[in-house]
Design a protein around this ligand. Structure first.
Ligand SMILES: [Zn+2]
Ligand SMILES: [Zn+2]
Ligand SMILES: [Zn+2]
Length: 347
């Protein structure tokens, strides 16, 4: 079973998942090609992945006639408990006794959590397309419906406290399969980056009496210098303190701390704006690899008026180097105003 380990210096948690090393694509550096000998995600190859957890299509679709479907990850980073094992992610936080000083030090050095979680894959089209930008309106919408429905399905599951929806497109962004897909990794606790964001947003609310994301969305829409695109319910802009070149965020205009509470109309707007932003990035940057991910309040926290769900998109055109790795600071050579100027002009 995988294990979650903590670095005793930084406090950072790492998933140690030895079971993933068997994945054949992982160590290969193949040139980007859209042709695969046999793609497990294409329609007709359903027997190459575990049975579907959910499917979408005209008239709700079926396990055979699907447009978007969700399957368990065949190589999960985290898994549910083995039969008969405790469901609590908190049992046995340390496997060492703390009776004396030595074992206390040892416990602090080698702290672990059981590698409990859930890992699912959303297959976004039955055809062998690659990027989110190539999906139809319906496929983009159903992909977002799948995100929402899987979050709702796991609400209350003790192994699935913090859902992380993310997409890797292109080998530089960590994708091992070409066929359009995204992943949902349910973690047993809120990860550091998310918790820092939520805490920072709470401090802003206490100090200024407003949700930082609502404040940002309203100001950016008004100023326009970093705006990329907008529709009725969402805005897309390059954030003021962008960490990476061409980083773009998508936020709902109305406050909501929980993605899974979004309405169909909101999911539609979010999906179509995301597709539009990716098309703009692909035009400006010539088909870059990219990641996008969804930040939303973990299930073990109350819905609130300080955190606001959003999508962050990172085209992989700049690389973290020694400075970034050593400091956690970023060096971004493209000001967001310039990036937004390019992105808003095309399309
Ligand atoms: Zn395929
Ligand atoms: Zn807000
Ligand atoms: Zn975020």
């Amino acid at each position: 079973m995988p294990e979650i380990r903590q670095d005793p210096i930084s406090g950072r948690w790492v998933i140690i998942a030895g079971n993933r090393a068997g994945r054949p694509e992982e160590f290969r550096r193949a040139p980007v090609s859209r042709v695969e000998i046999s793609c497990p995600f294409c329609r007709g190859h359903e027997d190459q992945s575990p049975p579907s957890l959910a499917w979408y299509g005209p008239d709700r679709g079926s396990p055979e006639r699907w447009e978007v479907r969700v399957v368990p990850n065949k190589y999960p980073a985290l898994t549910g408990p083995a039969p008969g094992e405790s469901h609590s992610p908190w049992h046995g936080e340390s496997r060492h006794s703390v009776n004396d000083r030595d074992s206390a030090i040892e416990a602090a050095l080698f702290k672990t959590l059981p590698g409990l979680g859930r890992h699912e894959v959303v297959i976004e089209s039955p055809a062998h397309v690659a990027s989110f930008s190539e999906l139809s309106d319906d496929q983009a919408f159903w992909t977002f419906c799948a995100y929402r429905d899987r979050l709702l399905a796991h609400r209350g599951d003790p192994c699935a406290v913090s859902p992380m929806v993310f997409k890797n497109f292109g080998p530089e962004a960590g994708a091992s399969l070409v066929h359009a897909h995204s992943q949902i990794l349910f973690l047993p606790q809120g990860p550091q980056t998310l918790v820092e964001e939520i805490d920072g947003a709470e401090r802003f609310r206490q100090r200024h009496g407003e949700c930082v994301f609502c404040a940002m969305t309203a100001r950016e829409a008004e100023l326009g210098v970093r705006m990329v695109a907008r529709n009725e319910r969402f805005v897309a802009f390059c954030p003021f303190a962008s960490q990476f070149a061409y980083e773009t965020w998508i936020l709902p205009r109305g406050h909501n701390s929980r993605f899974e509470e979004a309405t169909d109309a909101e999911l539609q707007d979010a999906a179509l704006l995301l597709r539009q932003v990716i098309r703009r990035l692909e035009t400006v940057l010539d088909q870059p690899a990219y990641n996008y991910f969804l930040h939303t309040t973990p299930f073990d926290r109350q819905a609130n008026d300080h955190y606001h769900w959003h999508i962050e998109i990172f085209p992989r055109v700049s690389k973290a180097a020694g400075f970034e790795w050593s400091t956690g600071w970023r060096l971004n050579a493209v000001p967001p105003e310039r990036a937004a100027e390019f992105l808003s002009r095309v399309y």
